[in-house]
Design a protein around this ligand. Structure first.
Ligand code: GDP
Ligand code: MG
Length: 736
């Protein structure tokens, strides 16, 4: 039996000392092929098991910045030793683990030799090898190379690990949203063309491209110019973006996050420093308050509540302006176009549909400003860190918090990147539970629905209610996760390691760019997807038109009414403008004509394709208080949640011609029969929990690797949402 073992570590970590200790006299010195880096090999025999040990050059990292690094990396990749013993200076853990992280990212089997334990102890450092082993997922053996203490145990552990030949999956670290999403995109390309994947893990290739690693770039270009170019373009794009937003290069961000990861490992019971508290970083001092076990959550709640108050207070006025603008535009266009389908399309389909969504642009902007502020400063990572404890109880993982926040956990976001962010979870079960529950978060598309209903029905408690909705969506997501983890996706949890990037002062420019980019995406979506869906739904709500016999019936009613009064009054009522003074008799006539017209419009809407669907659904939806118009909107919301607002806009605009009831959609809903604050609440609850939008479902299916889970999320979520909405509506009706 024989195993090949590489010995790697930082310079001065005691590599040579350990090597001599392990191999004794059985060693020889050569050169790595083609370079002048010294290569030492030796053997170590334990109970008949031969271990060939190769001393790698001492390096701080595995990027191709120096000859030593390239040699060490090439050896690991091309010779594929059965195990790498990573020797780590325990008195200088944070810097030494930087190399460890990269070994784990490369996915090679590793055993950590925690050296210089004597020195660490003298310096007042208390280090838990078990905890480190648990968090890093590899064996850790404390040693003192100079005296040989711990050597036997190290040999035993190494022999066992080498014999087991266990392939660790490469460590996945999140590098922040910008880099992560670019890397996901690159990984997809890499996997699709099996680009260099015969040698390296796909994510690692993406990472090296991101770090602009000359050696890998060279290999990639000679392998396939075109794919390499594509990857470089993606990197170029995210580099430019990071430069613009925070004046920083991807390499620096990557290093930041790796150190964040390490610091978080050390903070979780691995390292206790019993000395010299003044040497702590400012970041750590801030963290002692902000992530304090008691003060931390309290501060977090206050910050979130403050954020919502800020968003709703400051966005109310500009949202009002936009609403009046679209109202004005609507009446102008109405006046200047002749009756007919074209006018109906423009007024009811386009302006009331997409306009309703666009009115919320200021709200969305303030929301993204708040989120960018929390994110850029590094606070969001702390929120995730604090919530880890809670999440573990529900069978999720600290990294799930980030997926939730990206999905809109605080306010505004999108489940699509959220579902993809679940990839950073190591256990497939936790990943599945996360990506199935992340869509419950209040994404940016649900916000206009909430904003519309909250402003109309609960005008006095907007910020507070939004905060409550956030708690409801998180609570629901956690409970569902627990349910799933106890039934369909049962299984072990993995130990938690969370990246803690350093605090940064957000720059004004960075905030402005982040906010604008996200807001612009919302506007673009409203102008394209939402507009298209609005038009389709308008068509479904208009065609087929009422059959002639029914139209004639309404016509007869009108004629009968008109002929029952004198010609003068009839003319007066028919030609009068909205604000002109007319006689009392004409006014009465006009109102009665309006009622007939409204009835005709409603009959038409009910007769249309969408109307029939909505009416059919009414047979069960009445339990939750939804009428057929709301049903149409909710069906439309499956395309994109904003469509709920635009469709309500179209439905109430098509089915309502009473000028008295015109005004913003919110005002119309308040006056509409069948609507109460309880209906609004029931609708809000339903919107939080029902089927994710179409794009998210596709994404879930892809990430979970099966359409089964996409279908599951649609059906399960809708049933859950309906049950909750019925409960809210029925219990509410009893109480109120
Ligand atoms: P290399 O650069 O990684 O090969 O490190 P060396 O093996 O040359 O060791 C660097 C220094 O650390 C030498 O002076 C060693 O004597 C010392 N050293 C190695 N292991 C230990 C240890 O466990 N405790 C202490 N206190 N010193 C050590
Ligand atoms: Mg040496």
């Amino acid at each position: 039996m024989e195993a090949s073992i590489a010995l790697g570590g930082n310079p001065n970590s005691g590599k040579t000392t350990l090597f001599n200790e392990l191999t004794g006299a059985r060693q020889h010195v050569g050169n790595y092929p083609g370079v002048t880096v010294e290569k030492k090999e030796g053997t170590c025999i334990v109970s008949g098991y031969r271990m060939r040990i190769t001393d790698l050059p001492g390096t701080y990292s595995l990027t191709a910045y120096s000859m030593e690094e390239v040699v060490a990396r090439d050896f690991l990749v091309s010779e594929t030793p059965d195990l790498t013993i990573n020797i780590v200076d325990a008195s200088n853990l944070e810097r030494n683990l930087y190399l460890t992280i990269q070994l784990l990212e490369l996915g090679v089997p590793v055993c950590i030799a925690l050296n210089m334990m004597d020195l660490a102890k003298n310096r007042g450092l208390e280090i838990s090898a078990e905890k480190l082993s648990e968090l890093m997922g590899v064996p850790v053996v404390p040693i003192i190379a100079r005296t040989g203490q711990g050597k036997d145990e190290l040999i035993r552990s190494a022999a066992a690990a080498a014999a087991e030949k266990k392939k660790n999956p490469p460590l996945l670290i999140s590098y922040g949203q910008d880099i992560d999403s670019a890397m996901f995109e690159m990984e997809e390309e890499i996997r699709r063309y099996n680009f260099l994947t015969d040698i390296y893990p796909a994510r690692w290739v993406a990472l090296k491209y991101m770090e602009k690693d000359e050696q890998i770039l060279g290999k990639g270009r000679s392998r396939n110019q075109e794919i390499s170019g594509k990857l470089e373009q993606i990197v170029e794009k995210v580099s430019r973006h990071l430069q613009r937003v925070s004046d920083i290069w991807p390499e620096a961000v990557i290093a930041d996050y790796r150190y964040g990861y390490i610091r978080s490992v050390l903070r979780q019971g691995v390292l206790k420093e019993n000395h010299d508290k003044n040497r702590m970083y400012l970041s750590d001092n801030i963290d002692r308050v902000l992530t304090n076990r008691f003060a931390g959550p309290l501060i977090m709640f206050l910050i979130l509540l403050g954020l919502y108050q800020f968003i709703f207070t400051y966005s109310e006025t500009p949202v009002g302006w936009l609403e009046s603008f679209f109202g004005w535009l609507n009446s102008r266009v109405s006046e200047s176009l002749p009756e007919g389908h074209l006018k109906s399309l423009i007024v009811s389909g386009i302006i009331d549909g997409a306009g309703g969504v666009l009115s919320f642009v200021p709200l969305i902007m303030f929301m993204f400003l708040g989120i960018s502020l929390l994110e850029d400063s590094g606070y969001l990572a702390r929120v995730a860190y604090m919530l880890d404890r809670v999440f573990r109880v529900f069978g999720l993982h600290g990294s799930s918090v980030m997926a939730f926040i990206v999905s809109g956990g605080i306010a505004g976001g999108c489940a699509v990147p959220g579902v993809m962010a679940a990839r950073t979870l190591k256990s497939p079960r936790e990943q599945l539970a996360t990506l199935l529950t992340a869509p419950f978060m209040n994404c940016g598309a649900k916000m206009p629905v909430f904003a519309l209903l909250i402003a109309a029905f609960f005008p006095n408690h907007q910020g507070m209610l939004m905060f409550l909705l956030t708690l409801i969506s998180w609570g629901g997501a956690l409970l569902v996760a627990k349910l799933l983890r106890m039934t369909v996706i049962r299984g072990e949890s993995s130990p938690f390691v969370m990246e803690l990037p350093p605090y940064r002062f957000p720059t004004f420019k960075g905030l402005a760019i982040h906010t604008w980019e996200r807001t612009w995406q919302y506007i673009k979506k409203a102008g394209t997807v939402i507009l298209a869906v609005s038009v389709i739904l308008w068509a479904m709500m208009t065609f087929p038109g009422l059959p002639d016999s029914e139209t004639a019936q309404f016509h007869r009613q009108r004629s009968a009414l008109l002929s029952s009064v004198s010609a003068d009054i009839a003319r007066e009522a028919e030609t009068a403008g909205e604000d002109s003074e007319i006689s009392e008799a004409a006014q009465v006539l006009k109102n009665r004509l309006n009622v007939i017209e409204a009835e005709q419009a409603e009959a038409g809407l009910r007769y249309s394709a969408a109307g029939r669907l909505g009416t059919a659904l009414e047979r069960i939806s009445w339990l939750a208080g939804f009428d057929w118009r709301t049903n149409i909107a909710l069906v439309g919301g499956f395309a994109a949640k904003e469509v709920v607002v635009s469709t309500l806009g179209t439905a109430y605009s098509l089915g309502n011609v009473d000028p008295e009831a015109s005004g913003s959609l919110g005002e119309m809903l308040v006056k509409a029969p069948g609507w109460s604050s309880l209906t609004a609440l029931s609708l809000i609850i339903f919107t939080i929990f029902y089927a994710p939008c179409f794009v998210t479902v596709v994404c879930i299916a892809r990430e979970a690797g099966s359409w089964k889970w996409g279908a599951f999320s649609m059906i399960f979520n809708t049933l859950l949402a309906f049950t909750l909405a019925v409960l809210v509506f029925r219990i509410g009706s009893l109480i109120l």
